[in-house]
Design a protein around this ligand. Structure first.
Ligand code: FAD
Length: 456
């Protein structure tokens, strides 16, 4: 990427591109194994089909391609025994009910519930999907009563699906619109009390697309010029950004870059029927947009820092796969990973963020959190099952990373631990895996371009 100097620091993070690449060479195969090969991290339970899009009618834009489908685990026998309904139902009862805010505040350790005599270990109780005030995401409920589906993540890789057009653009547009902090937060019915219309979606399609494109181009240019260019820019509010608002944009844009990288890297050649890297796709979506790539590195730094912060916390985390040897192995792996991340703010310094600013009486952090929760709700509007699956996992992963960064004191990891649900930890590690493998794919794309340029 010609415009990114490897030695320069990723802005708003503390590491250089070269440092992060070096670290990624070390940990990428390890993260891959952890995400793909361990029962704990390779199954995810979520409500993939039963949640309606809360913002608009999602009948249009559904993806009928076979590549959009998700293979769910329909036969419980294919699941580790511990997650079958029969076992999960042992978690129900007074101990497993939602403890309520007061009890949560009083409790110093994660709630532990017995799994039953034959299992002989205790497990973190999966709550219902009521939000904890520290959550940056609408949690997936993995309890037996939620009736979600189990998905083997290893069997449903993120790749090209063919989902595109108006439906996909509407979702991206809605996600980026959440970044307009000056505008009132939309509610689930899609209405807002003021702003430039009754809802953020009432720019017509062309205006909105133009605004989005314009916004992205302008970010790469002199901001002074942007000031002179009219109303849409004001509406999109990207001037005078504080670091937190920039972070919001970078997280979303970096996630978008990761998705684009995966779909370009594992692309279906519809003429030959073969899957493989599509260099033109990479050129069109990423190579000529250094800022998009920079945002991916930013996300890598952010998520890595969160994983590093959990190094003591995971020591006491119950990895309930039903097999004590596997539990220990999984724990050893995630601890080794957390220790591989340089400690302290060498990679990302979250301590400079959210220093008590308020906008109209609402703390910036609360506003930020609510907006990110909205992004996770928007994922229910994605019309392609496979894209929705990975969209939900990744928003949950970034939400977890932010919860760990901004709500958790690593120096008191063992006495005031955050209640990370299994779904949150699984989402965090799989999101790291997505970013880390995207960075690796980008290197391969760069090599292909170098080879092309040198005529090989
Ligand atoms: P899009 O990627 O749709 O981008 C729309 C506009 O956003 C662009 O015109 C550009 O102005 C801007 N933009 C693009 N990238 C960035 C960036 N990184 N940062 C800032 N702005 C940007 N398709 C698959 O094949 N597989 C998947 O797994 C998949 N997952 C998806 C998950 C979600 C949540 C969504 C909403 C879509 C997903 N899609 C997936 C569809 C895919 O992301 C694209 O929307 C689709 O391929 C059409 O691409 P496009 O070239 O029209 O631009």
């Amino acid at each position: 990427v010609c415009a990114l100097d490897p030695q320069s620091k990723v802005s708003d993070a503390c590491a250089s591109y070269a440092d992060l690449d070096k670290l990624n060479h070390l940990i990428q195969p390890f993260v891959r194994r952890l995400a793909n090969d361990s029962d704990f991290f390779s199954y995810y339970r979520l409500n993939l089909y039963n949640k309606e899009c809360p913002f608009w009618s999602d009948e249009n834009g559904l993806c009928g391609n076979i590549a959009c489908a998700v293979t769910t685990v329909d036969d419980e026998k294919d699941l580790p025994k511990i997650w079958r309904a029969e076992e999960l139902s042992k978690l129900e009862g007074p101990k497993a009910s939602h403890p309520g805010k007061k009890q949560q505040a009083e409790r110093k350790r994660p709630l532990l519930g017995e799994l039953g005599e034959d299992v002989g270990e205790s497990c973190v109780v999966e709550y219902d999907d009521e939000c904890d005030e520290r959550d940056y995401c609408i949690p997936e409920d993995a309890s037996a009563k939620a009736k979600g589906d189990y998905v083997s993540l290893a069997n449903n890789p993120e790749r090209f699906t063919g989902y595109s057009g108006e439906g996909a653009h509407q979702v991206w547009q809605a996600i980026y619109n959440e970044n307009c902090f000056s505008r009132p937060l939309i509610n689930a019915a899609g209405s807002s009390s003021s702003g430039f219309g009754s809802s953020p979606f009432d720019l017509n399609e062309n205006q909105a697309k133009a605004a989005l494109d314009f916004k992205n181009v302008m970010r790469d240019r002199d901001r002074q010029q942007a000031l002179e260019s009219g109303d849409l820019i004001d509406a999109l509010d990207f001037e005078d950004e504080c670091v937190e608002k920039r972070m919001f944009h970078r997280v979303i844009s970096g996630m978008h870059s990761s998705i684009s990288t995966h779909l370009c890297y594992d692309y279906l050649n519809q003429t030959t029927g073969e899957w493989g890297p599509n260099l033109q796709c990479y050129k069109d979506r990423l190579h000529n947009y250094p800022e998009r790539i920079s945002n991916l590195y930013f996300n890598y730094a952010l998520v890595l820092r969160a994983v590093g912060k959990l190094r003591d916390y995971v020591q006491d985390y119950p990895f309930c796969t039903g097999d004590p040897a596997q539990n220990q192995h999984t724990k050893n792996m995630i601890r080794a990973l957390a220790y591989a991340v340089p400690s302290g703010p060498d990679i990302f310094d979250e301590s400079v963020m959210f220093q008590d600013q308020t906008i109209d009486g609402i703390s910036l952090k609360e506003d930020f959190r609510n907006r990110f929760r909205n992004v996770s709700r928007i994922m229910d509007c994605v019309g392609c099952d496979k894209c929705r699956l990975w969209g939900k996992i990744q928003t949950a992963g970034y939400g977890t990373a932010m919860k760990v960064l901004f709500e958790f004191d690593e120096n008191h990891a063992t006495d005031v631990a955050p209640l990370l649900r299994r779904t949150e930890l699984v989402a965090l590690i799989n999101t790291l895996d997505k970013i880390s493998s995207a960075l690796k794919a980008l290197e391969e794309f760069r090599d292909m371009i170098a080879a092309e340029e040198s005529g090989n």
